[in-house]
Design a protein around this ligand. Structure first.
Ligand code: COS
Length: 379
């Protein structure tokens, strides 16, 4: 896809920022599991946290392609930073931009776009993972308030969120995915607790935690969209979110590939750079080919979304291919670097651990195949 001048400019900005500010701290934050607060603030100032937010609410109001390019460049250096930006924009801001009332947008979007407080998304529960319709959290109407009770799991950015969009069952009689509504829950509401941060395999500097809601009373005007339509809203949100996870995975694959390529050209064994051995050259060829295929799918999903055309199936294809590619490429990168690749001296082992999340979060690879297959069978 031909990028326009604006897209090239924002990509360069993200690349420069990632290399100057993220690269020096990525390994340390991965080790400590510390959230990159300073960099998040700076990314807010650069506009990266308001990529999908219209200008009148303080965002860049950019197209999805520009947004994916930013996520890709950041993730090429650090998956945790990439995931933080992706979850905030796609899962936190986007539902408010699409479904929020004017009042809700004016209240929540400007601080989110500026990076002063993040927005996050609470769908998953212990019993509602792939089967997202199995939501057990409840919301009961009480006068001009809703009272929410339940627990959520794996919620990205939750310790740094000013508000979290939460699904809850509002019609206990409704079956399956029906009777679920979406609410904007300010995180300082009494009864709302963000629990201890998870200790994860990868994406260690990204903030992930369970939530507890105990008689959380929120005003009725914090219902997002129509009552009972929450499941569909969250499915629509995930359609877009899958593009951003594809971009995270693409970035991780590229980051690992660049490291492996540079290493293979420099590392001498048997009197020659190892890149000159066909065993290594073929690995690099396969890595480059898979990355290019992922890039085409991801940018095509962006293009469809930017044109207002149906994009859910392409987003699922992009997410599936890019995340599986990220696993393939990071694995091969470690292989090329050998013993060095297995240590923390190089970033490829971190990228391998980070990449695994992309095959799980926002719908596992198996769920993506279900989504893709259903579209195929419905034709
Ligand atoms: N956009 C809009 N509406 C959608 C939709 C979408 N992408 N997908 C489903 N819906 C609607 C359907 O049209 C259906 O509406 P009606 O009841 O009015 O006919 C309703 O939602 C239920 O759809 P369906 O029967 O397909 O739901 P299922 O329970 O079978 O679930 C999957 C479908 C598996 C695709 C869904 O649960 C899913 O994506 N699961 C993974 C969730 C996930 O990614 N979790 C990770 C979150 S990490 S932030």
């Amino acid at each position: 896809m031909q990028l326009n001048e604006n897209q090239k400019m924002i990509r360069q900005m993200a690349r420069d920022f990632a290399r100057a500010k993220i690269a020096p701290v990525a390994a340390k934050l991965d080790h400590s599991g510390e959230f990159p607060e300073a960099n998040v603030r700076e990314m807010g100032q650069l506009g990266f946290l308001g990529m999908v937010v219209p200008e009148q609410y303080g965002g860049l109001g950019g197209d999805i392609t520009s947004y994916a390019l930013v996520v890709e460049e950041i993730s090429a250096v650090c998956g945790s930073h990439g995931l933080t930006v992706a979850a905030h924009n796609s899962l936190g801001c986007w539902p408010l931009v699409e479904l929020g009332t004017e009042e809700q947008k004016q209240r929540f979007l400007p601080p989110a776009a500026a990076g002063e407080s993040l927005l996050s998304f609470g769908l998953t529960e212990a019993g509602a993972g792939s089967d997202a319709g199995g939501t057990r959290t409840t919301a009961v109407r009480d006068g001009d308030h809703w009272v929410l009770n339940g627990t959520k799991m794996w919620i990205t950015n939750s310790h740094y969120a000013g508000a979290i969009v939460i699904t809850a069952k509002t019609d206990p009689e409704a079956e399956g995915s029906h009777g679920i509504s979406a609410f904007i829950v300010p995180t300082d509401t009494p009864g709302f607790t963000v629990e201890k941060k998870e200790d994860k395999l990868g994406m260690r500097a990204s903030d992930t935690a369970p939530l507890t809601l105990e008689d959380v009373r929120i005003p009725a005007d914090l219902l997002l969209g129509e009552e009972g339509e929450g499941f569909k809203y969250f499915m629509m949100t995930l359609d877009g979110g899958r593009i951003s996870i594809a971009a995270v995975a693409l970035g991780l694959a590229e980051g690992a590939y660049r490291t492996a390529l540079a290493y293979a050209k420099e590392r001498v064994q048997f009197g020659k750079p190892i890149a000159s051995f066909q065993a290594v050259e073929f690995m690099l060829a396969d890595m480059a080919t898979q990355i290019q295929a992922s890039r085409q799918l991801t940018y095509e999903a962006c293009r469809l979304k930017d044109c207002g055309e149906p994009y859910a199936q392409m987003a699922a294809m992009a997410k599936l291919h890019s995340s599986e590619t990220a696993m393939f490429v990071t694995d091969k990168a470690i292989q090329i670097l050998g013993g060095y690749g297995y240590t923390r001296e190089y970033p490829v082992e971190r990228m391998y651990r980070d990449a695994k999340l992309c095959t799980i979060g926002e719908g596992t690879s198996e769920i993506q195949r279900m989504v893709i297959g259903r579209y195929e069978l419905s034709q």
